[in-house]
Write a protein that binds this ligand. Structure first.
Ligand SMILES: [Zn+2]
Ligand SMILES: [Zn+2]
Length: 402
């Protein structure tokens, strides 16, 4: 299935079948909280890009596809695993719009921890070299807090100029969160981070949150390893006040996953550049899907998904979901719902199954902190063990401002 960087057009919720654009007018938004990039009523146009936010290359040497099931290095290991440049080349050839490498920073290659560590320098250089007008490569690392104190959990850090080793003495989650506030970015775009394959009580039960770190750790892997779902942890993080948007970390430890893993992180970005894709992540314009090219977007009171409103009591949703594979009945959209605090389902919509669906409900609510949208399709997605009774996509919340 070829990936399409589809453009969705028009004033939301207008949908053209293919080749449309998401356009959001600042004039529609709350005056107190204009949209990012809002400019005196000028529209902001978003494009939907699909990629991977979690991958391990040969710099993660302790385990991965380079070994056989007896943990012996394969004689032909270079067919199974390689440096970031090889991951990027394969991702590019297979239609990804963006791809981040996130090797474990505690691996031998990154020791000693240093801005001039050769593996770290190569990680950044190979990302820069692979980025062109059609493909964005992002250098990141996986911060694996396995030994505490103060909680455990893995996070991906994207676009930092330097890195930490989570296993070194004195480096715990509070240390990481303080460091994230000060580390300079690696060139264009902000530093952003995600909670990886989270359990519902990890990260010391979602502790150490403050407004500044809330705007850096802006994503959470609702999907990890192609079909593992972390929905309970997503709700737990949201209910603890984290403002995270769903992503799909394929967490491939080799080349096989690039061509065989079918789940994707999608971003709504203003252009296909490193800066714009990182900005989309920072502003939580993402969704995770068990699907390679499902197109999802919505606004609430004219503000794009991921936004924070200014405590309205009436919420006008404009939701548009489509799938370009219009000859595959498994990709027909069958159901949408809106979820709020605690995972409570507010409204459900079961249209006549179709490749393009819009839904514009109004919800009156004066107490909830967030809403988000889930999507079902007839086949349950492209991943193994697909189940049409379970959601296929999880979309960025909109926060009410309460
Ligand atoms: Zn991990
Ligand atoms: Zn990983």
């Amino acid at each position: 299935m070829k990936l399409i960087s589809q453009r969705i057009t028009g004033i939301v919720p207008l949908i053209a079948a293919l080749g449309a654009i998401v356009t959001v007018y600042a004039a529609d938004t709350d005056k107190n909280k204009p949209l990012p990039n809002a400019n005196g009523g000028a529209p902001t146009t978003y494009h939907i890009y699909a990629g991977n936010t979690h991958a391990h290359t040969s710099f993660t040497w302790s385990h991965g596809d380079q070994y056989d099931k007896d943990k012996k290095l394969r004689p032909d290991w270079e067919k199974h695993q390689g440096p970031p440049s090889q991951h990027y080349a394969l991702a590019k050839a297979n239609g990804y719009d963006f791809y981040a490498t996130t090797d474990h920073s505690q691996e031998v290659a990154f020791d000693p921890t240093s801005p001039t560590n050769p593996a770290w320098v190569a990680t950044k250089q190979q990302a820069e070299a692979a980025t062109d007008a059609n493909f964005v490569a992002i250098a990141g690392y996986e911060h694996s807090e396995n030994n505490g104190p103060g909680g455990k959990g893995h996070l991906n850090v994207f676009n930092s100029s330097t890195y930490l080793d989570a296993l070194e003495p004195g480096i715990d989650l509070p240390y990481l969160y303080q460091w994230l506030k000060t580390v300079p970015p690696n060139g264009d775009g902000p530093v952003v981070a995600s909670f990886n394959h989270p359990g519902p009580n990890q990260y010391n039960n979602w502790a150490y949150r403050d407004p500044q770190i809330t705007d850096i750790i802006t994503m959470l892997e609702v999907i990890n390893s192609n079909n593992k779902i972390h929905y309970e942890a997503f709700l737990a993080a949201l209910d603890k006040g984290w403002k995270v948007s769903p992503v799909a970390g394929n967490d491939n430890h080799g080349l096989w996953g690039i061509t065989h893993h079918t789940s994707r992180t999608f971003v709504l970005a203003t252009s296909k550049t490193k800066a714009a894709i990182l900005e989309a992540m920072k502003h939580r314009r993402t969704y995770a899907a068990l699907e390679q090219n499902i197109q999802c977007q919505y606004t609430v009171n004219g503000a794009i998904m991921g936004s924070t409103l200014s405590r309205p009591t009436s919420f006008n949703f404009a939701i548009a979901v489509s799938d370009p594979d219009t000859t595959n009945p498994a990709d027909k959209i069958t159901k949408l719902d809106i979820v709020k605090d605690g995972g409570a389902v507010v409204q459900t919509f079961s249209p006549t199954p179709a490749y393009s669906v819009t839904w514009t409900p109004t919800i009156n609510d004066a107490t909830s902190k967030y809403f988000f949208v889930r999507v079902w399709n007839a086949g349950g997605g492209d991943a193994r063990d697909a189940n049409p009774n379970k959601p296929v996509a999880w979309l960025a919340p909109v926060w009410t401002g309460r």
